[in-house]
Write a protein that binds this ligand. Structure first.
Ligand code: SIN
Ligand code: FE2
Length: 205
C-alpha cells in the first residue's frame, strides 16, 4: 500500500491519516467486513447497567470486546452464536504494522456499526492488559463527529472522521477520553443501508 500522509493534530499522541484508504481499498475492506458479519452477526450489547448501546457490534480476531451485565471484557467467542470470531483481514494487519510500527500484531478488532442517531459516549479504552500498545481506528461510510480530550479531563476537541480516514491513540493520548457525538447522515454512500462502520484494532493481551 502507499504510505498514507499523516497530519498534525495538535494533540500529543493522537495520530491522524486522512484519506489513508483509497476508494478501492475502502470497498474491498468493507466487502471483507460484511462477509465476516455473516459469520459473526452484528448484535446490540448492553452496558453493565443494562442499557442497550445505540451502536451495533461484532468483532474480528482471536479476541473480541464485549459488554454485558457482568461488565466489559475480551473473550474468544461471539456472545450470541458461541462461535470463534472470524480472523482480522490481512489488509488491517498490514495497516497496523505500517502505521503504528508496533512489533506485535493486534489480537482484537472491534466492529462498530452506527446508523441514524447512534453515538458513543466519551470513554477511555482501558480493558487491555497492556495499555502501552496503540489503538488504531479505521472509519468507513458516513463522516463522524469525533470528540477527544485528555485522560485527566478538561476541554475536548471535535474532529471529523471521514470514510477512509485512520487515526490512532498512542503514547500520551493512549488513554485519551474519546467518543462519537453524531454522524453526518448521507455524507457517504459506501455502507449499504447508510451509516458508518468503525474498525478498532487493539492489543487485548
Ligand atoms: C470507539 O471508541 O470504540 C469507537 C470510536 C469510533 O467509532 O470512531
Ligand atoms: Fe474507544
Amino acid at each position: 500500500m502507499n504510505t498514507p500522509q499523516e497530519i498534525q493534530t495538535g494533540i500529543d499522541g493522537f495520530r491522524l491519516w486522512p484519506g489513508a484508504l483509497s476508494m478501492q481499498a475502502q470497498a474491498e475492506l468493507l466487502a471483507q467486513v460484511l462477509a465476516a458479519e455473516a459469520e459473526a452477526p452484528l448484535y446490540r450489547p448492553v452496558t453493565p447497567g443494562g442499557r442497550p448501546f445505540s451502536v451495533q457490534m461484532t468483532n474480528l480476531g482471536p479476541l473480541g470486546w464485549v459488554s454485558d451485565r457482568e461488565g466489559y471484557r475480551y473473550q474468544p467467542t461471539h456472545p450470541v452464536t458461541g462461535k470463534a470470531w472470524p480472523p482480522i483481514p490481512d489488509y488491517l494487519l498490514a495497516l497496523w504494522s505500517d502505521l503504528t510500527g508496533w512489533p506485535e500484531p493486534p489480537d482484537a478488532c472491534l466492529v462498530n456499526l452506527y446508523r441514524d442517531e447512534a453515538r458513543m459516549g466519551l470513554h477511555q479504552d482501558k480493558d487491555e492488559a497492556n495499555m502501552e500498545a496503540p489503538v488504531l481506528s479505521v472509519s468507513l461510510g458516513d463522516t463522524a463527529v469525533f470528540r477527544i480530550g485528555a485522560a485527566e479531563g478538561g476541554p475536548t476537541r471535535s474532529i471529523r472522521l471521514a470514510s477512509g480516514d485512520v487515526c490512532a491513540l498512542t503514547g500520551p493520548a493512549r488513554l485519551a477520553r474519546h467518543g462519537i457525538d453524531r454522524l453526518i447522515a448521507g455524507s457517504s454512500t459506501l455502507v449499504p443501508g447508510g451509516g458508518r462502520i468503525n474498525l478498532t484494532l487493539r492489543r487485548a493481551r
